[in-house]
Design a protein around this ligand. Structure first.
Ligand code: BG6
Length: 494
């Protein structure tokens, strides 16, 4: 049994007027209310620097929920949720302003502080909470990404927060860990013996992890140009998915058992640096093109763009995990903006059969593939070879490749797939850290990523161009082709 409890909490949302709170966090809390997963006595206290009455705040929250869930609220659920909402005006950079918060929280209850603010003010919030004397060992803090820009800045942020909170109080969000299908990786691997025994270099040829987005940078030039796809997507989401695919079985499902195993994978990633980055990485930047038939500008023509930017909007990497299980098995990672579709998939390519008995039907037997669709059309698909039914006089056997497809929407009809934030907010309120990233994981991921970025920067070569609406630069195809492999063609593009 996991050590969690369903208790009322004071959920303090710093940055309640920001984009993340409005688009994701408040609608997710509302969905939890709808599903009866908010304790009746839980309170949600929004914090921002503008003056607002509680009634005005409640109305703004209601409007936002309608806007971002694209449906009208259910009045019964809303009445329950609305009664939980409270608001406090705080200038988050002024420690003396926090004293007002103590009147809104109850010291007998667990306080959850969600920092939905730029990381630059995490330290200020901690100081303010401390000045108001409302920190004790029961307080939980939730940190949003990006936690740093590199290892050094990540350590600074972590150290600032660690002055006030212990690691077991800190919940670092990577929203991919709240996605149902990412969690299903754990179920798939450890609840099915067919995948338990075949999950290593003896049976697997290589693994592909692709996270493609059709959107561009959505008006976030300032943030994105400083980060790039490597920091925005690889350092966190792709490396977390990779760790779950590659980790050893954890002893239990408790937080540290899982996180210990993920950390071992990150530590075993072979460094990519100046000596080998050219063989192992491709970075790209989109130029104008068409996505879903709509003309879109290139990265350098986006509003507010710096025309000389060399920031990557696409990354492909051939990674190796230097341990017993994965020796010689490449993990190809690929992620980009302005690709033909939004789709995230993990594809496991099994090894070919050592000898082909069916040469008359298939000159070369295709390898079995396990496709795990993280989004959209969440599900799992296995390709298998079957005999085509029927009688022949030739004595040979005709084979056909078929797909066994488990689509979640069909298999679990009527089950709503919750948003990742719903799952993660619930877990914070329950006090389960398993789906949150530990400090050593974040720092290990940064050190691997930093070395690649340093190699790119030292080369002074610009990123390769790719047309918006394509799967990235041709060099990314070459990364696999030179080893006789090809990227999986997602069925998300019809
Ligand atoms: C965020 C990135 O963490 O993840 C965004 O900052 C990206 O740039 C987003 O678009 C993708 O998340 P999802 O859940 O839509 O795949």
């Amino acid at each position: 049994m996991l050590n969690t409890s369903f208790e009322p909490v004071d959920f303090v949302l710093f940055g309640t007027a920001g984009d993340l709170a409005r688009r994701k966090l408040l609608p997710s809390l509302y969905e939890l209310e709808k599903a009866d997963l908010m304790h009746a006595d839980t309170k949600v206290i929004g914090v921002a620097r503008t003056e607002s009455t509680i009634a005005e705040y409640q109305q703004t929250v209601k409007d936002n929920i309608e806007k971002f869930t694209k449906e009208s609220v259910c009045e019964t659920t809303w009445a329950r949720f609305c009664s939980k909402l409270d608001y406090v005006k705080i200038d988050m950079k002024s420690p003396e302003d926090y004293s007002g918060l103590s009147e809104h929280v109850n010291e007998d209850r667990i306080m959850v502080c969600y920092f939905a603010t730029p990381p630059a003010i995490y330290g200020d919030i901690c100081k303010g909470l401390s000045a108001a004397q409302i920190i004790d060992e029961s307080v939980r803090v939730v940190l949003e990404k990006p936690i740093g820009h590199d290892l050094a800045s990540s350590k600074l942020i972590n150290e600032e927060v660690a002055e006030y909170f212990n690691e077991n109080q800190i919940y670092r969000i990577d929203h991919y860990l709240g996605k149902e299908t990412v969690l299903n990786l754990i179920a798939l691997r450890f609840a099915n013996s067919i995948f338990a025994t075949n999950w290593d270099h003896n049976c697997i040829d290589h693994v592909q992890i692709s996270v493609a987005e059709s959107v561009g940078i959505e008006g976030r030039w300032g943030y994105f140009d400083d980060a790039g796809q490597m920091r925005d997507m690889v350092q966190n989401h792709l490396l977390q998915v990779l760790s779950l695919v590659a980790m050893e079985p954890p002893t239990t499902l408790d937080a540290d058992s899982i996180r210990d195993e993920k950390l071992k994978v990150l530590k075993a990633l072979r460094p990519i640096n100046k000596t080998n980055y050219q063989q192992s990485t491709v970075r790209g930047q989109y130029i104008g093109g068409f996505v879903n038939g709509v003309e879109v500008p290139g990265y350098l023509d986006e509003p507010d763009a710096n025309e000389r930017s060399q920031t990557e909007t696409f990354v492909a990497i051939k990674a190796h995990i230097d341990n017993w299980r994965w020796a010689g098995v490449p993990f190809y990672l690929r992620t980009g903006k302005r690709m033909p579709a939004k789709t995230s998939e993990v594809v496991i390519y099994f090894k070919r059969q050592p000898h082909n008995l069916f040469g008359d039907s298939f000159a070369s037997l295709p390898p079995n593939k396990l496709v795990i669709r993280l989004q959209p059309d969440e599900g799992v698909e296995v390709t298998v070879m079957n005999k085509v039914p029927g009688l022949t006089t030739s004595g040979s056997m005709d084979l056909q490749k078929s797909n066994l497809n488990l689509s979640f929407s069909e298999a679990f009809q009527g089950e709503r797939i919750p948003d990742a934030y719903e799952k993660l907010l619930l877990e914070v309120m329950l006090g389960n850290q398993a789906l949150f990233v530990r400090r050593d994981e974040i720092e290990q991921a940064w050190s691997w990523v930093d070395s690649i970025i340093a190699a790119w920067n030292s080369s002074n070569e610009p990123p390769e161009s790719y047309q918006a609406g394509t799967w990235g630069p041709v060099e990314s195809i070459g990364l696999l082709a030179k080893e006789g492999r090809a990227w999986y063609q997602s069925k998300a593009v019809k």
